[in-house]
Design a protein around this ligand. Structure first.
Ligand code: NAD
Length: 488
């Protein structure tokens, strides 16, 4: 539910036990439009009392309703939400752009992705299958998949709708009760989606809740709670590590989707007409605030000058402006502090390498109230440079050079992360050799950023734990029980 305290700015409430409730303390948080600095909404600044109440309410609903054992109800509920989101597509996309800053075209893609994910997992809810095995002449095993119980979902701000739904849909499809804690920079879009959940009568009252508030308090309380059986976290690797420690108290099941520093590897036989715009978009989409951003480009030395020149031309051709304008190719960064982080990395790049283009905040006129940053390419960086090693989460592309396949593999894998990679070549043997050698959860060949609810996604190394999407993504939200039958 929303009300407006100044008749203009919406106030979002927590959704607990199937009701819209104010936080116990009645304190509120504000969220702002990163393109203009304008106030977008107020939401509840929940505290530990709210967390306790919410956990109790979801437990109650999980135990009293037939949700865990009624796949057809779960199918209808998820499909119902997909229909509601389809009806509200443009409304949701506009709120997403106003609060997060991404372009309206990208917001439409994000909301469509939510709808597609809900439809896929609606169907999957009816296929939560185990298996059976004959073990001995009189012994038969039935392997049953069951929901885990109460799941806490903690989401980030960069793709706040899709990354919430990406976990919410399989968690609910598997029959769990769920508490969502969205990022504090982007509560509005998440609560707007819950307003639609409230309209779908197939969800038992209280089976799914949302509470807003600071991650260091609310998220941490969820991670520590002995009454939450699993945490699904998407966010920064350092927060993921802290959650692993906090979840240890009750050996909580964890699914972690963390950061990346993904390479696009370009060989001399690549189709550059296709590769250049895709590689450019892979880093400048969402102004680089995307976990699988192609933030490193590894170029064969024989084509380096040409590829860098063409990427520079691509970056300089992008229209950076308020995401609500249909013409925008790239919106602002999400916050002032994000600009400062990116600016610092660019300073390091300036000192240790060579800025090919960008490297500065965009100011003046319409830009002064927003957090705009120019699409940036940096070359000639040492392999140990922080710009090459760390996730920047901004529109900054680091250029690296190789002379043969082995060296390309070594450079691609010289990272603490292993989320994704792109290989650009028309030689199938080379593509397969690189694919097997690269330690990443997703490898795209002659494309990038193609994601589907039916195809697993997740990280090697410090990019995560477990898989989201696809059958494995559904199974993350299930326990496995062996039922053993002995006959006479
Ligand atoms: P973040 O870790 O700062 O915050 C993520 C969520 O965790 C937010 O809801 C936040 O409130 C909460 N949180 C913060 N501190 C917490 C704590 N101590 N205990 C519990 N919860 C806490 O991440 P972010 O800045 O919102 O998102 C950017 C990061 O997310 C990047 O590193 C990006 O790569 C990663 N990411 C990964 C994926 C993926 O699928 N692998 C997708 C998107 C983003």
């Amino acid at each position: 539910m929303t009300t407006a305290i100044d008749k203009k700015t919406p106030v979002y409430y927590n959704y607990v036990g199937g009701e819209w409730v104010e936080s116990v303390s009645k304190e509120r948080m504000e969220s702002f439009n990163p393109a203009t600095g304008e106030l977008v909404s107020y939401s509840q600044k929940s505290d530990l009392n709210d967390v306790k109440e919410t956990i109790h309410s979801v437990h109650h609903s999980y135990q009293r309703s037939d949700w865990a054992v009624n796949p057809k109800r779960r199918y209808e509920a998820l499909l119902g939400l997909a229909r509601k989101m389809t009806e509200k597509m443009e409304h949701l996309a506009r709120i997403l752009t106003m609060e997060q800053g991404k372009t309206i075209r990208e917001s439409r893609i994000e909301i469509s992705g939510c709808i597609d994910t809900l439809k896929y997992f609606a169907g999957a809810a009816r296929t939560v299958c185990g298996r059976s095995i004959q073990l001995e002449p009189n012994n038969f095993g039935v392997i049953v998949k069951e929901p885990i119980g109460v799941v806490g979902i903690i989401s980030p701000w960069n793709w706040p709708a899709l990354l919430m739904i990406r976990e919410l849909a399989p968690a609910l499809a598997a029959g769990n009760g769920v508490i969502v804690k969205p990022a504090s920079l982007t509560p509005s879009i998440s609560v707007e989606i819950f307003k639609l959940i409230d309209e779908v009568t197939d969800f038992p009252k209280g089976i799914v809740s949302i509470i807003t508030g600071p991650g260091s308090l609310i998220g941490a309380a969820m991670a520590k709670s002995d009454k939450i059986d699993m945490i699904s976290f998407t966010g920064d690797t350092s927060t993921g590590k802290a959650i692993m420690e906090m979840g240890a108290s009750n050996i909580k099941k964890l699914a972690l989707e963390l950061g990346g520093k993904s390479p696009n590897v370009v060989f001399p036989d690549a189709n550059l007409d296709k590769a250049i715009p895709v590689i450019g978009k892979s880093i400048f989409i969402s102004a680089g605030q995307i976990c699988m951003a192609g933030s490193r480009v590894l170029i064969h030395e024989s084509i380096k000058d040409e590829v860098v020149a063409r990427l520079k031309q691509f970056a300089e051709g992008l229209r950076v402006e308020n995401g609500l304008l249909e013409s925008a190719d790239m919106g602002p960064l999400v916050s002032k502090s994000q600009v400062e982080i990116v600016q610092n990395f660019c300073e390091i790049g300036r000192q240790e390498g060579r800025i090919i283009t960008g490297g500065r905040q965009i100011t003046g006129g319409q830009y002064d109230n927003g957090h705009y940053f120019s699409p940036t390419i940096i070359d000639e960086l040492p392999a140990s440079c922080r710009v090459v090693k760390e996730e920047i989460f901004g529109p900054v592309l680091a250029v690296q050079t190789f002379s043969n396949e082995q060296e390309a593999l070594e450079i691609a894998n010289d990272s603490d992360f292993g989320l994704s990679a792109g290989i650009w070549t028309n030689n199938l043997n080379r593509a397969m050799k690189m694919t097997r050698g690269i330690k990443a959860g997703t490898v795209w060949i002659n494309t990038y950023n193609k994601n589907f609810p039916e195809a697993e996604f997740g990280g090697y190394k410090q990019s995560g734990l477990g898989r989201t999407r696809g059958i494995d993504g559904l199974m993350e939200y299930c326990e496995t029980k062996h039922v053993h039958i002995e006959t006479d």
